[in-house]
Design a protein around this ligand. Structure first.
Ligand code: AMP
Length: 281
């Protein structure tokens, strides 16, 4: 496994691989890697000649009061995990090279970036779109792997690729969960043992919603209320949103008569957690 530090080296490498007609799979991450990330890496390894993983905690997707400084970082652990999976290249760019003095472009993703997670994290998805577009231009991958865990992000990245004509396939991989159903996340490390226990209710609430839909309940507001009741039974949790939306464009539905995604965000103490579950009635 080779570690690439500069944009110039990464581009030269990708150009070389392309001239050799090698397919490049790419997994962008912010590090503190867990099984969720590694599932994307394994999938990329299966489907491509070469796999590139980037580790970059992107400052422009964090709000001023968010956790950029304390976001978990573990480069040594990450490198061990990636090398044990025989990843070909790890790209770890420097912040000042990604955002040199005077950098001012910010991709405006439009209204889809202002709802659900975007309503609370102002500008977050524009920051995500901007770094992802930069990384796509640098790595020049054929396929890029994202997790269903960050469902709104996947919808936005697909829109970015479509509307800016990136010649890239976006592959969304299933959410990897802990034994009690909690979606793996680098931010789970913020939870105290008591908070961690109560966090398992997110998945139970989603599964309950799924059960109602599979039983034939079509009224989205009824299903949301039932999910809300379950979440509210856990005193440590405060609900940020519960949505039942169409998978392609995040439009909220009133009647559930085609595939939907149940998505939710909560706070447990100071930690914000998100999760979602696709359901086909
Ligand atoms: P992050 O490092 O949090 O930016 O995540 C990098 C990629 O890993 C994103 O595409 C995430 O959606 C994906 N990811 C994070 N957690 C999980 C999980 N539990 N299961 C599957 N993919 C995940």
């Amino acid at each position: 496994m080779q570690r690439i530090k500069t944009i110039k080296d990464m581009r030269a490498l990708s150009r070389g691989l392309m001239s050799e007609k090698k397919s490049i799979g790419f997994v962008p991450t912010m590090g503190a890697l867990h099984e969720g990330h590694l599932s994307l890496v394994r999938r990329s390894k299966e489907e491509n000649d070469i796999t590139v993983v980037s580790i970059f905690v992107n400052p422009i997707q964090f709000g001023l009061k968010e956790d950029f400084n304390k976001y978990p970082r573990d480069i040594d652990g990450d490198l061990k995990k990636l090398s044990s999976l025989n990843v070909d290249f790890v790209f770890i760019p420097e912040i000042r090279k990604m955002y040199p003095d005077g950098f001012s472009i910010n991709i405006n993703i439009g209204g889809i970036g202002d709802i659900f997670c975007g309503a609370v994290r102002l500008g977050h998805f524009n920051g995500v779109a901007t770094v992802v577009a930069k990384l796509f231009n640098i790595v020049m991958p054929h396929r890029v792997y994202f997790g269903q865990k960050d469902f709104q992000q996947t919808v936005i990245i697909k829109k970015l690729v479509r509307e800016l004509n990136f010649d890239i396939d976006i592959i969304v991989c299933p959410t990897v969960r802990e034994a009690d159903g909690l979606a793996m996340s680098s931010r789970n490390s913020y939870l105290s043992p008591t908070e961690r226990k109560s966090a398992s209710i997110l998945y139970r609430a989603l599964k309950h919603g799924e059960g109602l839909i599979l039983q034939g309940k079509q009224d989205a507001s009824y299903v949301k209320t039932e999910i809300e009741k379950i979440l509210n039974s856990e005193p440590l949790i405060s609900i940020e949103y519960i949505g039942i939306v169409k998978p392609q464009r995040l439009e909220s539905v009133e009647i559930i008569d085609s595939p939907v995604v149940i998505c939710l965000a909560v706070r447990i103490g100071t930690t914000r957690l998100i999760d979602n579950l696709p359901v086909s009635p």
